[in-house]
Design a binder for this molecule. Structure first.
Ligand SMILES: [Zn+2]
Length: 380
């Protein structure tokens, strides 16, 4: 049996290797072929599902136990921002005083490294494992159009969807394991274009003021009652994020006005219901409404998967985990939409997307130990 120190070195070593492959979205920079080489001797088969320049990989290993457990993650990273503001070059993966510095350290090459380290250790110990899928895309931080969704579609077509998926996004707040995400709110964006008739403000009878048409509608929308939030979710929020009208002249009645809504909805509301409510608020006004269902809300109910994850965390760290649904959306939604149970568990997220992204190396050790426990105890 390896010591904890050796576990840490393995995950840290892998994280360093991945960070040094410079992969701003949608680049993969060889990360996924590197992972394929690591996993091949352990019996993993690599299937590339590349689409439109996006690198997607499915690594599968047939199990000795029942059930199919997937891990999902991404090898792309967000841009560095001003390089000169970084204490250490963002792709050199410098380790100093127990801190690993580099773009992707938390989000989420560090998390991928921990899962790989966990799997490598258990295979070396001949631990009987469920069938494993490791699902990696290079299109999470970008449009997410040809990333995880394509992997899910591929698995669906092959009838090989997993029973559950651990998404390795940095879910933790202060300590590894203090927070997992079991769902996310959905996102609907709406563009409203109000039509009136432009004219001279001294002759309002010959014009139709688009702002006057828009104002009552926007007031109605801002005060819509979205009902009770689904259990464990923040309430649905509808924010008017843009409003544009007027020509700049003081004496011109504007003929058009446009508004933009950003709606974050909990699973108690649906896209169809949101469409109906916005249409109702617009009733009787000359306005065109364009909806964009950016992300579907999802929620994994309490049960085996969440219990397995939380028990593993508690066993390693003594922490009672918060089963959270906050934050923006995530690739977990693509699995949830296909009926797969989703839990997001990863490193802390204090420096994600920031200059000087970094992670404490002991976090890698802890997360690896938790992942090992999940792999050992997972049941369908
Ligand atoms: Zn991420």
């Amino acid at each position: 049996m390896k010591t904890q120190q050796e576990n840490m070195s393995c995950a840290l070593n892998l994280a360093i290797k991945l960070i040094r492959r410079e992969s701003p979205t949608p680049e993969d920079a060889g990360c996924q072929t590197y992972i394929a080489k690591l996993l091949a001797p352990l019996g993993f088969v690599h299937t590339a599902v590349d689409v439109n320049g996006i690198t997607n990989s499915i690594y599968t290993r047939m199990g000795e136990r029942e059930g199919v457990l997937a891990f999902a993650g991404h090898t792309d990273v967000v841009p560095t921002g001003p390089i000169e503001s970084w204490l250490y070059p963002p792709f050199e993966a410098v380790v100093e005083d127990g801190i690993l510095h580099g773009r992707g350290a938390q989000d989420m090459k560090g998390g991928i490294a921990c899962w790989l380290a966990a799997v490598m250790q258990l295979c070396a110990e001949f631990e009987p494992l469920p069938t494993l899928q490791i699902l990696i895309t290079s299109d999470e931080e970008g449009d997410s159009i040809d990333g995880t969704i394509r992997i899910v579609e591929y698995l669906q077509a092959q009838n090989k969807l997993p029973d559950a998926v651990i998404v390795g996004e940095p879910s933790s707040a202060k300590l590894v394991g203090d927070t997992i995400r079991r769902g996310r709110r959905g996102v609907v964006q709406v563009r409203l274009t109000f039509q009136g008739k432009q004219g001279h403000s001294a002759y309002p009878g010959d014009a139709d003021n688009a702002i006057h048409g828009a104002a009552p509608v926007l007031t109605k929308i801002a005060s819509l009652d979205w009902g009770e939030a689904a259990d464990g979710f923040p309430a649905t929020s509808c924010q008017i994020t843009n409003f544009n009208a007027g020509t700049g002249a003081s004496n011109v009645i504007p003929g058009t006005a446009s508004g933009f809504l950003d709606i974050r909805y909990n699973p108690q509301n649906s896209f169809a219901q949101i469409q109906d409510m916005i249409h109702d608020a617009c009733h009787g006004v000359d306005v065109s409404v364009d909806f964009d269902h950016v992300a579907t809300a999802f929620s994994t109910p309490d049960g085996k998967l969440l219990d397995t994850v939380c028990d593993a965390i508690h066993g390693i760290t003594d922490i009672h985990t918060n089963r959270d649904t906050g934050g923006g959306t995530s690739d977990g939604r693509f699995f949830a939409a296909a009926g797969v149970a989703v839990a997001e568990l990863g490193l802390t997220n204090s420096t994600i997307h920031q200059v000087n992204e970094q992670v404490a190396t002991h976090e890698l050790d802890t997360l690896t130990a938790i992942y090992i426990e999940i792999l050992k105890t997972f049941e369908v």
